[in-house]
Design a protein around this ligand. Structure first.
Ligand code: NG6
Ligand code: CA
Length: 518
C-alpha cells in the first residue's frame, strides 16, 4: 500500500532540507566488482536477484549510475572524500601493508554525517590502508589511523581485500581474537624457505590460482602476500557474507535505541575473488561461484531490509545500492567464471569492465530506496556517481561543508531521490586505477577516452584479461554506440577538442564543482 504521507514528504523535500528529527538513516551498500548486467533488474536472466530487484522496484533504478574508478581503492577513496582519486598519489589498489590513503585531517563523508548528528559505521571490506604513512599497519598493536580517525564511530573490517593477506577481522583499532602469544606477521617476501605457498603446495589447494595469488595459503586458497601467526584470529572465506549481515544487524539494533540517525557503509566482499560463497550458496546458479556470490549478496541485502522492516525503520532509511567497479571474470583464480558464463553479459550492453575506462568499467548498478519519500518504480537516466553521495547527503541533511571539501562531488540529491525534473551531473571523469592511468570523460551522450598508458585493459569482459593497444584519444557517441566500438574522433574534431580541454581543466584545476574556494 502506498504511504499516505507520501505527498507531504515530497513537499517537505521540495521546500528545502530536513529538520533534525526527519533526517533519514542512510545505508550505502557497495558491491565489489559487480557489473551493470549482474542483477536481474538490470537484465541478467540466468539467475535471480529478488531482494535487490525489490529495492529497485520500490525506488529509483539508474541507467547512468557510476562509480568513480574501475578498481576498488580509488572508488572507495573518492566515495569517502568527494575527491577524484587521481588527484592524490598512492590511491591505486592498496597492498596488504599499505598505510591509510585518506588524510585524517581532511573533511570526509563520515565527518559530514557526524556533523549532521549521525552515528557512523563501516562494516565489510576496507581496502583503503591502515596506519601511518611510511609505516603502515601495526597488526599486533593499535591499527591507526584508520576508519575511526576519518569519522567512523565503529568499524568491523576485512582490512584489505580477501585475495590479499591477512584473513583476519579488524574491529575498531584491533585485530579481533588475536592471541598475543601468536603474533601476526605480514610481508611481501616468503618468511622462511619451508613456508608453504601456492607454488610449493599447489596440489593441496581447494581453489587453484591462475595468475598472481600464489603466496601464503589459508583455508586451501593461496593469496597475494605472505603471513604467519594470528591463527586464532583467522576466518573462513565462506563465512564473510554472513558476518557482515550479523555485525550490521547488531549495530543497527543498537542505533535504534538512541535518538540519533545512523549512517552505515555496508561494504560487501562479494563478488570479488577469491569467490568462495557459503556452502549453502555454492551451486545456487549454473554459472559457478561468481554468480553464486551474487546470489549470496542478494540474500544479505534481503536480510538487511528485513531488519529495517522488523525494527520499523524502513520508511525512515535511505538505502543506496552501488558497486565499486565493473565486472571481471578470471581475476586470478580458477573458479571457471569464464567457462561457465554462457550468455550472461556481466557489463550489460557495455564494453569494458574492471580496470577499463570503457563504460563497463564504471557504469554499474545504482539504486536508491526511501520508502514513503521516493516514488516506487522509477527508472532514471540522470547521471549520478558514488562520488556524489557526499555532497548529496550534505544537501539532503542541510549540513554545511567547508569551502574546500568534496571538490568533485555534486549535490544531485534531487536526482538521487527521483524528484521530477531534478538533474544529475552534466559531466563525469571515469578513471581506471592509481594516479597515472587512463581516463574516460562523459559529457551528455559524448564519451572521450584518454589513454595516457596507450593501453586499454579488459575491453571484452567475456575473454581472458588482456591489454589492447589504444590510441591516446578516442571519441564515442553513446546514444548510437553504447558499446564504444565506433571511434568518431575524426568526424567530430570540435567536440573532441572541447572535451579534451574540459577534461584537462578538471584534472589540472584540482576542482570540478562550480564554487571554487577563494
Ligand atoms: C590486482 C589483482 C586482482 C585484484 C585487484 C584488486 C593480480 C594479478 N591481480 O592486482 O586479483 O586483487 O588487484 O581488485 O594480482 S580491487 O577490486 O580490490 O581493486
Ligand atoms: Ca572491486
Amino acid at each position: 500500500m502506498k504511504n499516505p504521507c507520501f505527498p507531504l514528504a515530497i513537499l517537505c523535500l521540495l521546500c528545502g532540507s530536513l529538520s533534525a528529527d526527519e533526517k533519514p538513516n542512510v545505508i550505502v551498500i557497495m558491491a565489489d566488482d559487480m557489473g551493470y548486467g549482474d542483477l536481474s533488474c538490470y537484465g541478467a536472466h540466468n539467475f535471480e536477484t529478488p531482494n535487490i530487484d525489490q529495492l529497485a522496484a520500490e525506488g529509483v533504478r539508474f541507467t547512468s549510475g557510476y562509480c568513480s574508478a574501475s578498481t576498488c581503492t580509488p572508488t572507495r577513496y573518492s566515495f569517502l572524500t568527494g575527491t577524484y582519486a587521481f588527484r592524490k598519489e598512492g590511491t591505486g589498489i592498496a597492498p596488504p601493508n599499505g598505510p591509510l590513503t585518506i588524510d585524517p585531517d581532511s573533511f570526509t563523508l563520515p565527518d559530514l554525517m557526524k556533523k549532521a548528528g549521525y552515528q557512523t559505521a563501516v562494516i565489510g571490506k576496507w581496502h583503503l590502508g591502515l596506519g601511518e604513512k611510511g609505516k603502515g599497519p601495526d597488526w599486533n598493536g593499535e591499527l591507526k589511523p584508520g576508519p575511526h580517525e576519518i569519522g567512523f564511530d565503529y568499524n568491523f573490517l576485512l582490512p584489505t581485500t580477501n585475495d590479499r593477506v591477512p584473513q583476519v577481522y579488524v574491529e575498531n583499532h584491533r585485530v579481533l581474537n588475536l592471541d598475543p602469544a601468536d603474533p601476526l606477521w605480514v610481508g611481501t617476501k616468503k618468511p622462511s624457505e619451508d613456508h608453504p605457498t601456492g607454488i610449493t603446495h599447489r596440489d593441496t589447494l581447494k581453489m587453484d590460482w591462475s595468475h598472481g595469488h600464489n603466496g601464503t595459503i589459508h583455508n586451501g586458497i593461496s593469496r597475494i602476500g605472505f603471513y604467519t601467526g594470528g591463527h586464532a584470529a583467522r576466518f573462513r572465506d565462506e563465512d564473510l557474507g554472513d558476518k557482515w549481515v550479523e555485525k550490521s544487524t547488531e549495530w543497527i539494533e543498537q542505533q535504534v535505541k538512541t535518538d540519533a540517525p545512523f549512517f552505515l557503509f555496508f561494504a560487501s566482499h562479494d563478488l570479488h575473488v577469491p569467490r568462495m560463497p557459503h556452502e549453502r550458496f555454492q551451486g545456487a546458479t549454473r554459472l559457478g561461484f561468481r554468480a553464486d556470490a551474487i546470489v549470496e549478496l542478494d540474500w544479505g541485502v534481503g536480510e538487511l531490509m528485513k531488519t529495517l522492516d522488523r525494527l520499523g525503520i524502513a520508511e525512515n532509511t535511505l538505502v543506496i545500492y552501488c558497486s565499486d567497479n565493473g565486472p571481471v571474470m578470471d581475476d586470478g583464480y580458477q573458479d571457471f567464471a569464464l567457462e561457465k558464463l554462457g550468455d550472461h553479459r556481466a557489463a550489460g550492453p557495455y564494453s569494458g569492465g574492471k580496470y577499463s575506462v570503457y563504460e563497463g568499467g564504471t557504469r554499474t548498478p545504482f539504486i536508491t530506496r526511501w520508502k514513503g519519500h521516493i516514488e516506487p518504480g522509477i527508472v532514471s537516466d540522470e547521471m549520478v556517481c558514488t562520488i556524489d553521495i557526499a555532497s548529496s547527503l550534505a544537501g539532503l541533511t542541510g549540513t554545511e561543508i567547508p569551502q574546500e571539501a568534496f571538490p568533485d562531488s555534486f549535490d544531485v540529491s534531487g536526482a538521487m531521490l527521483g524528484k521530477p525534473g531534478a538533474k544529475g551531473r552534466a559531466t563525469l571523469v571515469e578513471q581506471d586505477n592509481g594516479n597515472a592511468g587512463n581516463f574516460g570523460f562523459r559529457a551528455g551522450d559524448w564519451k572521450l577516452q584518454r589513454h595516457d598508458s596507450k593501453k586499454a585493459r579488459n575491453v571484452t569482459v567475456e575473454k581472458e584479461l588482456e591489454n589492447k593497444p589504444a590510441p591516446r584519444f578516442q571519441l564515442f557517441d553513446l546514444s548510437k554506440d553504447p558499446a564504444e566500438k565506433n571511434n568518431v574522433i575524426e568526424q567530430h574534431p570540435d567536440v573532441a577538442e572541447r572535451m579534451k580541454a574540459q577534461l584537462a581543466e578538471i584534472i589540472d584545476s584540482g576542482w570540478s564543482r562550480p564554487q571554487k574556494p577563494q
